[in-house]
Design a protein around this ligand. Structure first.
Ligand code: GLU
Length: 493
C-alpha cells in the first residue's frame, strides 16, 4: 500500500512555525516513500474560524517548497478537503455508530450535566464524568423509551451524539516515535461526536477523514497524543484498521517550556511562517533548520536541501524529547544559504528591497558590486540594504558607538589623506592606490592603521564596520568620497 499522509491544520490563525515543521515531517516522510502529501482543512470549529487562514497555509507551504499533492484547491479522489464540506458524511458515520450500539443520542442540557457533576462532587467524586455509570441516569437514547427518543428527534430538540466509551478497558497502540502507548478508559468522558449545531467534533471528523481519505500514517504534534486513545476507540467501534501513529516532540523555547506565541515574541523569535516570508528569510534555510528541530540523520552533516532531506528522513530518527528553537542556529543556516546563492540571483531581490527602502540603486553593474562586497558579510538578504545603505545615500548621521573612535587627531589625519587623494585622477581613484595613500599618510604621521582607517570609514559610511573600505571608496567615486569627507570634517571637526 502506498504511503498517504495528511497535514490537517485548523484555520484558526496564521500558520505557526510548529505547524510548518509538522507539515515538513509529513512531506519528507511521504516523499521518502514516494507517497502522497494531503492538505486537509479542519474547519469544524466555526467560532474560531479565521477568514484568511487557509490561504495563508497554502501560501506558506508553497513558499517553503512543499507541493501539496491533494488539497482544497487541487482535489484528488477523496474530497472534499475541507471538513465543513463533509458534514453529511460525519452524520452518516455517527448514525452508523448508533445503529451498531457504539454511540447514542444525548438530550441533556448544560444545566443538567452541571447538576450531575455537582451532585457527584458533593458525594466525594472529585472528577465526575459523563461515563458508563452516570450515563444510566441521564437523558439519552439508552435511558429514554424509544418512542420518546424518536419524538425528540422529530421535534428538532437539541441533542449531541456521544461515544459509548467502554467502562474499564486498556487502549494500546504503537507510536512510531514513542513506542507502545497505553491508556485507561476509566475516567474518560463519553466523547461527544456530533455537537448540537450539527457539526462533528474534532475526534469524529479526524477519524472518519483519515479512514475515508486512506491515510496510512498520522504524523502530528505531541499535543494530540492524549486524543489518540479516543481515536483508537473510534477505529475499534467502526471496525476499521487505524493508521500508524507518530507524535512529534514539542518545540521548546530557549528559556524553557513550550514555544508559545507569547514566549516566542518575548524572545524575539518570529512565530508565524508569514513573518519569515515578510522578514526575508531564505526558505531553504528555514526548512533545513526545521528539519533538524527534532530529527537528525545520525551523522554530523548539517546542510541538506529539500531533495536530500527527503532521501534522508526517517521517523525512527525523530527524538522523543522537546527540541529547543535556537534562533542563532537559524541565522547560521540563513547566512549559509545566502552565500550559496549567486550574486546574479541575489541582485533582483536586493534591488527590490533597496527600492522599497526608497534608494536609487543606480545601474545594475553598480548594484552588483555592492552585492559582491557584502556577500560574505550579511546573514539575511535585507542586510544588503541596511549595511549597504551608504552606497546609495550619504550618511545622514554617524553611528554613536563608532564616533567614540573619532579622536582629537582624526580631523587632521583625514584632511591629510583627503589632500593626497584629491590629487588623483578619476582613473587613479581605485582600491589599491587608495590603500597605498592611506599607508603613506599614517607613516608620515607615525600613527597606526586604525587611527586613520576608522575616522575615514565613519566619514564616508557613517558606520564603524562594513565591507572593504578601499573597494567601497572606489565604487563611490572620487567626487562623492571627497564630498562626504568635507561634510564629516565640518560636522565632526
Ligand atoms: N486540526 C488539528 C490541528 O489543528 C489536527 C491534529 C491532527 O493532525 O490530528 O493541528
Amino acid at each position: 500500500m502506498s504511503v498517504r499522509v495528511r497535514f490537517a491544520p485548523s484555520p484558526t490563525g496564521f500558520l505557526h512555525i510548529g505547524g510548518l515543521r509538522t507539515a515538513l515531517y509529513n512531506y519528507l516522510f511521504a516523499k521518502h516513500h514516494g507517497g502522497t502529501f494531503v492538505l486537509r482543512i479542519e474547519d469544524t470549529d466555526q467560532s474560531r474560524y479565521v477568514e484568511d487562514a487557509e490561504q495563508d497555509i497554502i501560501d506558506s507551504l508553497e513558499w517553503a517548497g512543499m507541493t501539496i499533492d491533494e488539497g482544497p484547491t487541487n482535489p484528488g479522489e477523496v474530497g472534499p478537503y475541507r471538513q465543513s464540506e463533509r458534514k453529511e458524511m460525519y452524520h452518516k458515520y455517527a448514525k452508523q455508530l448508533i445503529e451498531s450500539g457504539h454511540a447514542y443520542y444525548a438530550f441533556d442540557t448544560t444545566e443538567e450535566i452541571d447538576q450531575m457533576r455537582e451532585r457527584l462532587k458533593a458525594s466525594g467524586n472529585p472528577s465526575p464524568s459523563y461515563d458508563s455509570i452516570t450515563r444510566q441516569s441521564m437523558k439519552n437514547s439508552l435511558t429514554l423509551p424509544q418512542d420518546e427518543v424518536e419524538k425528540k428527534l422529530e421535534n428538532g430538540d437539541d441533542y449531541v451524539i456521544r461515544l459509548k466509551v467502554p467502562r474499564r478497558e486498556t487502549v494500546k497502540f504503537e507510536d512510531l516515535i514513542r513506542g507502545v502507548v497505553s491508556f485507561e478508559t476509566a475516567g474518560l468522558d463519553d466523547q461527544v461526536l456530533m455537537k448540537s449545531d450539527g457539526m462533528p467534533t474534532y475526534h469524529l471528523a479526524n477519524v472518519v477523514d483519515d479512514h475515508t481519505m486512506n491515510i496510512t500514517h498520522v504524523i502530528r504534534g505531541e499535543e494530540w497524543l492524549s486524543s489518540a486513545p479516543k481515536h483508537m476507540l473510534l477505529y475499534n467501534a467502526f471496525g476499521w484498521e487505524p493508521p500508524t501513529m507518530a507524535h512529534l516532540p514539542l518545540i521548546m523555547s530557549p528559556s524553557g517550556g513550550k514555544l508559545s506565541k507569547r514566549k516566542a515574541e518575548s524572545e524575539g523569535i518570529p512565530v508565524n511562517t508569514k513573518d519569515y516570508i515578510a522578514g526575508n528569510y531564505e526558505p531553504e534555510a528555514l526548512i533545513n533548520f526545521l528539519a533538524y528541530l527534532g530529527w537528525s540523520p545520525g551523522d554530523d552533516s548539517e546542510i541538506h536541501d529539500m531533495k536530500e532531506l527527503c532521501e534522508l528522513f526517517t521517523l525512527d530518527r525523530v527524538s522523543k524529547g522537546g527540541a529547543v528553537f535556537n534562533y542563532k542556529k537559524l541565522m547560521w543556516y540563513n547566512e549559509h544559504y545566502i552565500r550559496e546563492t549567486s550574486i546574479a540571483d541575489l541582485l533582483p531581490r536586493v534591488k527590490e528591497l533597496a527600492e522599497d527602502a526608497g534608494f536609487d540603486t543606480k545601474d545594475d553593474e553598480y548594484l552588483e558590486t555592492v552585492v559582491g562586497l557584502l556577500h560574505e558579510r550579511v546573514s539575511k538578504v535585507d542586510e544588503f540594504v541596511e549595511m549597504g545603505s551608504f552606497f546609495f545615500e550619504a550618511p545622514k548621521e554617524y553611528d554613536e558607538k563608532a564616533l567614540k573612535k573619532w579622536k582629537d587627531d582624526s580631523a587632521g589625519l583625514v584632511t591629510a589623506y583627503k589632500e593626497k587623494v584629491e590629487a588623483l585622477s578619476d582613473a587613479e581613484f581605485e582600491a589599491a592606490t587608495l590603500k597605498s595613500k592611506l599607508e603613506e599618510t599614517i607613516s608620515e604621521h607615525e600613527v597606526g592603521f586604525g587611527k586613520l582607517m576608522m575616522p575615514l570609514r565613519i566619514a564616508v559610511t557613517g558606520q564603524g564596520f562594513g565591507p572593504d573600505l578601499f573597494a567601497s571608496l572606489e565604487l563611490l567615486g572620487k567626487e562623492e568620497v571627497l564630498d562626504r569627507i568635507d561634510v564629516a570634517l565640518e560636522k565632526l571637526g
